[in-house]
Design a protein around this ligand. Structure first.
Ligand code: LMR
Length: 412
């Protein structure tokens, strides 16, 4: 058994992170002489003298590190696991898609801790889609963010080709094709999401400007930080170069919660519940639509013949689920939010099943429902799987649904 010598990422972090504004890039590599191995990668060792850790491997003949030039086209590389994807090998196999850049803010937080590993595993963008993660933290969270990057390295995800961390949105959002904006002050017990607007609105204005300046012009933006509808609107208004249609406020969490409650009441498994729209904001004014929703292909109202339950117990449970969770946990939802972000992205990158739709908070201009223009409002969407969507036209309204939707406009 031979021993490969690798420099320590932790030591490298400490060594390099004196200037907190610099973007860090961990280019993971799987050279033949390291404990990671793959034909798709080639080895690079950095010439920087750093402390070393050792790692046992079987296939190594010669443990002497090979000196190669440091990558020039990348942001500063902190690690030792400098793993560079071999584009030549990619050409040969022709099995991988072109790498995509995914930016995540609040990357050291609880939601991201669930989300990042799903993204890196291929569960979201598919098993043939390599990704680069660009992780935005704050000065306060930078140590934790380094820990996140190290755990990502240690997970050996074959699709994760690059991890950059930083605290400057203008650096981290560079060339982002997806921006998942999670970082914001969360609410605690007894606080409404709208109460966070003063503090969080500013964050999303700045991040909108940064996206406008440096992201891919067709970047898809998913706003999760609350109040997410208003934050998404603020963000898009600060990013005039990016199509307003590309901005989403996450209401998929509410859709999932509504599906769960309907399934429980009807005594069926979740997958039997479809066509659930959340109208409005991710707030207690939201309207979970039980008029158009279906259970096993039948209108919900024909399966659950209890209007009182639908209008009150069901509706309120979905509206207040986030607050109820905070009461239990002492902090806001994290795992289920991450799952719903995955669902929301998957709904945009895979074709919507025939006849079904999904909810997303999107820009209302030109909507066919008579909803006020120039706001971000959750509505039923359908996608061809190309990252874009269209609003669903064949929606029924009754007086109850119309009046409940109209009430939402007034409240952010
Ligand atoms: C949720 O709905 O769980 C999140 O938006 C967190 C919150 O503040 O409720």
């Amino acid at each position: 058994m031979a021993v490969a010598e690798l420099t320590s990422p932790a030591a490298s972090f400490a060594h390099n992170y004196n200037n907190a504004n610099r973007l860090r890039s961990s280019q993971l590599y799987a050279p033949s002489s390291s404990c990671l191995s793959s034909d798709h990668f080639r080895s690079r060792y950095r010439s920087t003298v750093l402390p070393r850790i050792t790692c046992s491997v079987n296939q190594v003949q010669n443990s002497a590190p090979v000196q190669v030039e440091a990558p020039k086209d990348k942001a500063e590389c902190y690690g030792v696991f400098c793993l560079t994807y071999d584009l030549k090998a990619e050409e040969e196999t022709k099995t991988w898609k072109k790498l995509i850049n995914i930016a995540v803010s609040g990357a050291a937080g609880m939601i991201s801790n669930h989300l990042l590993f799903k993204l890196a595993s291929g569960e979201v963008f598919g098993p043939d889609q390599p990704i680069a993660l660009r992780l935005l933290g704050s000065e306060r969270s930078i140590q934790a963010l380094e820990g996140v990057a190290m755990e990502l390295e240690d997970s050996l995800f074959p699709l994760l080709r690059e991890v950059n961390i930083g605290i400057d949105a203008y650096e981290v959002f560079q060339d982002a094709e997806w921006a998942l904006l999670i970082g914001a002050k969360p609410r605690g017990p007894g606080i409404e999401r709208a109460d966070l607007l003063d503090i969080n609105g500013q964050i999303f204005a700045e991040q909108g400007k940064a996206l406008n300046a440096v992201a891919s012009p067709n970047v898809k933006v998913m706003v999760v930080g609350n109040p997410c509808n208003t934050n998404a609107l603020i963000c898009l208004k600060n990013a005039p170069k990016i199509p307003a249609k590309n901005f989403h406020a996450l209401t998929r969490l509410d859709e999932n919660r509504a599906k769960c409650q309907l399934a429980l009441k009807a005594g069926v498994f979740y997958d039997k519940v479809s066509n659930v729209t959340i109208w409005g904001n991710h707030s207690t004014t939201q309207v979970p639509d039980f008029l158009n929703a279906k259970i096993d292909g039948m209108p919900v109202k024909e399966v659950i013949k209890d209007d009182k339950w639908l209008e009150h117990e069901f509706t309120e449970k979905v509206q207040k689920r986030g607050g109820a969770l905070i009461q239990k946990w002492g902090r806001s939802s994290a795992a289920s939010t991450a799952v719903s972000i995955v669902d929301a992205i998957k709904s945009l990158v895979t074709p919507t099943p025939e006849g079904d739709w999904f909810s997303s908070g999107v820009y209302t201009s030109g909507n066919p429902y008579g909803i006020a223009e120039d706001i971000v409002f959750s509505m039923p969407c359908r996608s061809k799987g190309d990252g874009d969507y269209e609003l669903v036209k064949e929606i029924q309204f009754d007086d109850y649904l119309r009046s409940r939707i109209a009430k939402v406009y007034a409240v952010p």
